[in-house]
Ligand binder design. Structure first.
Ligand code: GLN
Ligand code: ZN
Length: 754
């Protein structure tokens, strides 16, 4: 059996590509110097793959920003306004990725969207009626030649036409179908060039096949590839899918004249049964995604071998990862703080290559490699010393009433109105205030033991006092403490929860040069000390106005961590919910009357297929949120916040979270969500963000008044809150202060006029 991977973390072991690219942006290195670093990384990574005995080595998975953008550029999908800048190819590429402002013009970046169900973001190709899809680029070929020169025979990989055209946005009257013919011509030219270069294989990624597909789409895919494959000659074509199973198109897919088909056996819950039911053609190679490309846990060899045995009837199998290794950190080698017995359970990208090698050797000769298998079996047989019987017990004994807050939302609204005595159209913010240099320095110094805890806290208290004074001065109604003590909305909570582990260098690319370092849920979760109480309580002593407590919700904490696999996501989330519930009750006991529980990432992990939305996710995610606040008194007002407004299709579920108030981003989406709220008679009070915090622009009072009136045209005034659309931590001080002043003035003016 041979082995293969779909892609490798191009950012480098220590994020070398990120730092080099940022230097280039700051004009500290030249384009040529950046290219050299790119080349070094590609060569280093190919060498790593060779050392680990990977048989199918990809090229073309490298990118200076995003591979979807690379494909768009390769195929001339570059809107006129970028071409008009007349920049060098690399500069045009970065103008698409990040926008451009300079002598040649002023253009915004392409939109960015989450890549399927990952935390990676791709650049959305923009197509209009003038777009001429044709092969114009050469990156794919150059990298292939470069590999050949280094003595490496690679399998070039490229995003396929079906997925590319499905993910693009269309500004004119033309749609994806209108570009199929051009795509066939362009991809045929690509195939021809690769043949000329002496490539044996090409990998065409079509992850869109794991989405819900209409019959029309299935037919379109079929026709597209019938034509394309008719021209492939002796080049072997692998169609690669990932992030799920291809249930809507399996039968058609295996009948097409592909030479290899890549299927995901990890996230593809139905992949095995599809194969068993419909068979797999003897003349094709199955690239079996059996090593998880998304998790950080070691592969269970015995389970993988059992799966492979079930596939015995397949002619030829290549061991593969379930998706590109882009989604996991580079290597465990740089983690010096984790205990050995913990690290033994982990596999990042480099270690996953070793797993492929082990598996290959075990399959080839089980007896000779008995020790490899036995070590792995022993590891999985061990108790992971991560269990906390009490926590499991608490989750076990939850009953329906633990998820129901009483009295009902409507009754609570009038009780809270009497108690809180807020004006109509109450004003507030989402929590964080600008994280200025001194704020970050204070945290860094404390972390490095350069200042004492008392000094650290005193600084934060001073900041809080300033922040509260400012909010009082401009007349906001519900105040916040400003979140100066927080590095990150998940890590900050994880640090006070048993069951969490943190890494040093385990970065994963999120978009472009931005990487995230998700913490790891290692064991049963419990809170070992109050987390936010001291600062919230202190802040409340500074004002008579309500001070809003500020927490991150269980679903968001889970979604921005690497989860456990020995228990269900539901169970981990309920454990988190119980821990945050303790925090909520502590805040309440300490005199905090309003508590916001952020669920910024709730929508992110919505399953790719609509049929799975409830059973696989919402049926436990929404109750987990309810559990967090079900025990508070009627007088305590619960807020939540979400970072996007694309939740029209799950709006009823959002209402069912049973928060008293929800705020969300809305200003950029032109308040379209308001119609949806109206249509379902949304019960929760809402604060649709009245201005965009992602831009330094200061909205005028008049403009904000118009926005508020637009909101009031759609929603009953007693249900409306006035706030920015997200936290202010990334903004500068002066624009923040000016914007908030205007926000309060606008609210006051509208109140006066109604
Ligand atoms: N309370 C957080 C803040 O204001 C919310 C951040 C978020 O929604 N991502 O920063
Ligand atoms: Zn937000």
């Amino acid at each position: 059996m041979k082995s293969s991977i779909i892609g490798f973390p191009r950012v480098g072991e220590l994020r070398e590509l990120k730092f080099a690219t940022e230097k280039y942006f700051r004009q500290e290195i030249t384009a040529t110097e950046l290219e050299v670093i790119g080349k070094e990384l590609r060569n280093k990574h190919w060498q790593l793959l060779i050392d680990q005995g990977v048989d199918f080595i990809p090229s073309g998975d490298f990118s200076f920003f995003d591979t979807t953008l690379d494909t768009a550029v390769l195929l001339n999908i570059v809107p006129k306004k970028y071409q008009a800048l007349q920049l060098s190819p690399l500069e045009t590429y970065f103008a698409l990725a990040r926008g451009y402002q300079g002598e040649s013009g002023d253009v915004k970046a392409l939109a960015m969207k989450k890549w399927f169900n990952t935390n990676y973001h791709y650049m959305v190709p923009e197509i209009d009626d003038e777009t001429e899809l044709k092969l114009v680029g050469d990156k794919l070929f150059k990298e292939c030649i470069e590999a050949k020169e280094a003595g490496v025979n690679t399998r070039p990989t490229i995003l396929g036409p079906f997925t590319l055209l499905k993910l693009a946005t269309y500004h004119g009257t033309k749609r994806a179908e209108d570009f199929y013919e051009a795509a066939i011509t362009a991809y045929t030219q690509i195939v021809d060039q690769l043949k000329e270069l002496g490539c044996q294989w090409v990998q065409i990624d079509e992850p869109a096949l794991v989405l819900d597909l209409s019959q029309d789409e299935v037919q379109q895919f079929k026709q597209l590839y019938q034509k394309l494959l008719a021209q492939k000659g002796n080049l072997n074509v692998l169609v690669q899918t990932y992030f799920g199973d291809v249930r809507d198109i399996y039968k058609e897919l295996v009948e097409l004249p592909f030479d290899g088909i890549g299927l995901d056996f990890i996230e593809g819950r139905k992949t095995l049964s599809l194969l068993e039911e419909h068979g797999f053609p003897k003349d094709k190679i199955l690239f079996a995604g059996v090593v998880n490309g998304k998790n950080i846990w070691k592969n269970n060899y015995q389970e993988t071998l059992t799966l492979l045995e079930k596939l015995q009837s397949v002619g030829e199998i290549v061991l593969n990862t379930s998706c590109s290794l882009l989604h996991v950190p580079f290597t465990l080698a740089n983690e010096s703080l984790l205990e050995k017995k913990v690290v033994n359970h982990f596999a990042f990208a480099v270690e996953k290559l070793a797993e492929l090698k082990d598996l290959k050797e075990i399959v080839a000769d089980k007896e000779a490699n008995r020790d490899l298998l036995d070590t792995n079996i022993t590891l999985f047989a061990q108790d992971r010393f991560s269990k906390n019987g009490q926590v499991a017990q608490r989750v076990e004994s939850l009953t329906e009433k633990d998820f129901i807050r009483l009295p009902t939302l409507g009754e609570r609204a009038s009780i809270q109105k009497d108690k809180l005595k807020l004006p109509i159209l109450p004003t507030t913010t989402i929590g964080s205030f600008p994280q200025t240099k001194d704020v970050k320095q204070n945290r860094a110094k404390f972390k490095k033991d350069e200042i004492t805890e008392a000094e650290y806290t005193a600084f934060n208290q001073e900041k809080i006092a300033e922040c509260v004074a400012f909010q009082e001065e401009i007349g906001l109604d519900v105040l916040v403490h400003g979140e100066f003590e927080r590095n990150d909305m998940v890590e900050y909570f994880g640090e006070s929860l048993d069951g969490y582990l943190f890494t040093e260098k385990a970065w994963v690319q999120s978009y472009g040069t931005r990487c995230v370092k998700p913490p790891i849920i290692w064991g049963d979760i419990s809170r070992f000390k109050p987390i936010t109480v001291a600062y919230s309580k202190y802040a409340q002593t500074l004002t008579d106005k309500p001070m809003k407590g500020m927490l991150t919700g269980p679903v968001t904490i889970l979604n921005w961590s690497f989860p456990r696999e020995d228990i269900s996501l539901r169970e981990s989330t309920l454990q988190l919910a119980l821990a945050i519930q303790e925090e909520v009750l502590d805040l309440e006991a300490n005199g905090i009357k309003i508590i916001q529980i952020d669920e910024a990432a709730l929508r992110e992990k919505l399953p790719l297929r609509q049929t799975d939305w409830h059973t696989e996710y919402l049926d436990w995610a929404i109750p987990a949120f309810r559990l967090v606040h079900s025990k508070v008194q009627a007088t305590t007002q619960i807020h939540t916040h979400m970072c996007y407004s694309e939740f029209a299709d799950i709006i009823q579920d959002i209402d069912n979270m049973d928060a008293d108030v929800i705020s969300f981003e809305a200003s950029r989406s032109n308040l379209e969500i308001l119609d949806v709220l109206k249509a379902i008679d949304f019960q929760t009070q809402v604060g649709p963000g009245v201005y965009d915090i992602h831009s330094p622009r200061v909205p005028s009072v008049e403009e904000l008044e118009v926005t508020i009136h637009n909101i009031l045209n759609k929603l009953p005034i007693e249900k409306v809150w006035i706030n920015p659309d997200c936290g202010l931590k990334t903004r500068g001080v002066s624009e923040t202060e000016a914007s908030l002043k205007n926000l309060v003035l606008a609210a006051k003016k509208v109140r006066g006029g109604v």
